[in-house]
Design a binder for this molecule. Structure first.
Ligand code: HEC
Length: 153
C-alpha cells in the first residue's frame, strides 16, 4: 500500500514538471492549442509518453472532453492533428531529454531502468547513438537493442 502511494506521488510530480515539459513539445502549428486545451489539469507528460494512431488519439481526446476539457470542435481537431503527427505509432523518443515516464513507456523499460538512463546522462552528458545506452548499468541490453530504432539523439 505504501509503495502504491509513493508511486502516485512520484508520477504526480512528473505530471506537473511544468515549463520544461512544455518547451519540449514540438514547435509546430497546433502546439498553442494543445497547451491551452490539454495542460490545465495535468502536464504534457500524460500524452508525450503515448504513441497512438489517429483513431486512438481521437478516442483519447474525446475521453478528456468527458472529463471536462473545454474546446471548440476546430480546436479538438487541431489537437488530434498535432498529437497524431508528433506522437504517432512511429514517433521516436529523444533519449537525451525525455523524462523517465516517456523513456519507460516508449522504450518499454522498467522505471528503474529509465531512471538509470536519466541519471547516467546527467553524469556523463549526451548519448550519441543507441550503443551508448549499453554503458548504463542495470539496463537490459536486449531491450535497448530491440528499441534502437525508436531512439532519437
Ligand atoms: C478537465 C481536466 C483535464 C483536461 C483539460 C485534460 N485531461 Fe487528460 N486526464 C485528466 C484526468 C483526470 C486523467 C486521469 C488521471 C491522470 O492520468 O492524470 C487524464 C489522463 C490523461 C491521459 C492518460 C494518461 C495515462 O497515464 O495513461 C492522457 C493521454 C490524457 N489525459 C491526455 C489529454 C489530452 C490530449 C488532453 C487535451 C485534449 C487532456 N488530456 C486534457 C483530466 C484532463
Amino acid at each position: 500500500m505504501k509503495r502504491v502511494c509513493l508511486c502516485a506521488l512520484v508520477s504526480a510530480c512528473f505530471a506537473f514538471a511544468g515549463a520544461e515539459d512544455l518547451r519540449r513539445l514540438p514547435d509546430v502549428p497546433g502546439k498553442d492549442t494543445v497547451v491551452r486545451v490539454c495542460t490545465s489539469c495535468h502536464g504534457p507528460g500524460n500524452f508525450t509518453k503515448k504513441r497512438l494512431n489517429r483513431d486512438d488519439w481521437d478516442d483519447q481526446v474525446a475521453d478528456m472532453v468527458e472529463r471536462g476539457a473545454k474546446a471548440t470542435p476546430e480546436e479538438l481537431a487541431a489537437v488530434v492533428n498535432y498529437l497524431s503527427a508528433n506522437f504517432g505509432p512511429d514517433a521516436k523518443v529523444n533519449v537525451n531529454d525525455a523524462p523517465i515516464d516517456e523513456l519507460k513507456s516508449v522504450l518499454v523499460l522498467s522505471a528503474i531502468e529509465a531512471k538509470a538512463i536519466v541519471e547516467y546522462r546527467q553524469d556523463h552528458g549526451r548519448f550519441k547513438e543507441w550503443r551508448d545506452l549499453l554503458k548504463v548499468s542495470g539496463v537490459d541490453a536486449k531491450k535497448i537493442e530491440a528499441k534502437a530504432e525508436r531512439m532519437a539523439f
